[in-house]
Design a protein around this ligand. Structure first.
Ligand code: IPE
Ligand code: IPE
Ligand code: MG
Length: 237
């Protein structure tokens, strides 16, 4: 399991794409128009991240709690994921992006599950950047699933350690996020990467996700490079 390392460029950036609804409301548009605008922001941000040398980029797109939203909004979000896969997979593939998913694919419409699986298979050999979609993802749910997986394998209590748990998460093999960005000004984690985020640096830009720009990303990366990550130790002089 690769450990987070000190580097001016974060290897893994994770983004909580928040504020789509407020973006739409401010324009007198339905919430789904905000989700659509937010989805259109994925490609430029992925491209900018790849150019900056980021190797892993995770997007929180749908939480295990987002099922509590009105049925039309939930089905609209499913449809947007479906369209995103249809429209963007080839472009991502051409740009050398590998697509992964974390969360429970089961629970999504079967045709959508298949599309996501096909896009993952198509792009599996790409190495420029890994784009991880957290969809139907919850951090607590992930930990519970990991413990169940280990128990189902018959692991004895003494074999359950941090390494075993990390390897049983959806993120097995992916380094922990160095930097987590939550847009829209909300200051909470909302069940995102609970296990993996213990030493992540956080950034809370006030901009809503559809307006989050390449320049916003650049500014956060510049600020990240100045941070002193100690991992519980002391700063080396
Ligand atoms: C984030 O935008 C997208 C999802 C949670 C799916 P929101 O829909 O949460 O937008 P706000 O927070 O209502 O503005
Ligand atoms: C977190 O945003 C989930 C995603 C961005 C997918 P929410 O808008 O769902 O979080 P809360 O409800 O404000 O905490
Ligand atoms: Mg929100």
């Amino acid at each position: 399991m690769p450990k987070a390392e000190k580097s001016p460029i974060p290897a893994h950036v994770a983004i909580i794409m928040d504020g789509n609804g407020r973006w739409a409301k401010a324009r007198g548009l339905p919430r789904l128009a905000g989700h659509r605008a937010g989805t259109q922001n994925l490609r430029p941000i992925i491209r900018a991240a790849a150019l900056a040398g980021i190797k892993y980029l995770t997007f929180y797109a749908f939480s295990t709690e987002n099922w509590n939203r009105p049925r039309e909004e939930v089905s609209g979000l499913m449809k947007l994921l479906d369209e995103f896969i249809d429209k963007e997979t080839q472009a991502l593939h051409a740009e050398g992006a590998r697509l992964l998913h974390i969360g429970h694919l089961e629970g999504l419409p079967p045709t959508l599950q298949k599309k996501v699986e096909d896009a993952i298979a198509l792009t599996s050999g790409n190495t420029r950047i890994t784009v991880i979609l957290a969809f139907n993802y919850g951090g607590r749910d992930e930990i519970v699933s990991a413990v169940r997986r280990l128990l189902a394998q018959g692991l004895p209590a003494e074999a359950i350690d941090e390494q075993a748990l990390s390897g049983a998460m959806f993120t097995a093999g992916i380094p922990d996020p160095d930097l987590i960005i939550r847009t829209s000004g909300e200051l909470r984690t909302s069940n995102f990467l609970t296990w993996q985020s213990v030493y992540s640096e956080w950034a809370f830009p006030k901009v809503n996700w559809p307006d989050f720009s390449e320049e916003d990303l650049t500014n956060i990366l510049r600020e990240f490079a100045r941070r002193d990550r100690r991992f519980g130790g002391l700063t080396e002089s």
